[in-house]
Design a protein around this ligand. Structure first.
Ligand code: SF4
Ligand code: SF4
Length: 165
């Protein structure tokens, strides 16, 4: 019995506090984005800018293209309001320096993505387009039989064409 009295509860208080602060942050972020009419598409993410390689005042492209005004010019460098960033990667696509901005994000299906130069973003966009094209093709031509029915010419037509040449 005495041994049982000394047993510590198994709850990890640090984990609980961390979860609570995450929830609080999420709620604040949701409220902020809702107030500007922006929808979140990603479970989570983060953005980093390397101030050592950033061209700063000579450039500011990222500030111009950010759809949520998450980026701004503060004394001498780019500032980030992380609660406004929706990890769209437009800033990476338009940054003139490779690996200066890094955006990481997690999709609802658990896929993790990372972008740090325009090519990364273009490859992702191309993959999405390809998947969408495949979906359209599959909806119109779900199997080989449908394809042949639609595109195979009847033999007699092919033969009569041949005879006409
Ligand atoms: S990832 Fe999108 S929302 Fe975030 S800072 Fe860059 S452009 Fe703005
Ligand atoms: S686009 Fe890139 S190089 Fe230009 S200011 Fe933004 S982070 Fe710096």
């Amino acid at each position: 019995m005495a041994g049982k009295r000394n047993e510590k509860p198994s709850m990890d208080i640090f984990k609980v506090l961390l979860e609570a602060s995450k929830e609080k942050k999420k709620a604040k972020r949701e409220q902020l984005l809702k107030s500007i009419g922006v929808k979140e598409f990603f479970e989570e993410g983060n953005i980093k800018i390397d101030m050592k390689t950033c061209k700063g005042v000579e450039c500011k492209f990222c500030i111009k293209v950010c759809p949520t005004n998450a980026l701004y010019w503060k004394t001498g460098e780019i500032g980030i309001t992380e609660d406004l960033c929706v990890y769209c990667a437009s800033c990476v696509l338009n940054c003139m320096v490779d690996n200066c901005i890094e955006v990481r994000r997690k999709r609802e299906n658990g896929t993790n993505e990372r972008f740090s130069n325009p090519l990364d973003v273009l490859v992702m966009l191309n993959n999405i387009n390809t998947r969408n094209r495949m979906k359209v093709i599959e909806s119109v031509l779900p199997d080989e039989e449908t394809y042949l029915k639609r595109y195979r010419k009847p033999i007699f037509e092919t033969e009569s064409r041949k005879n006409n040449y």
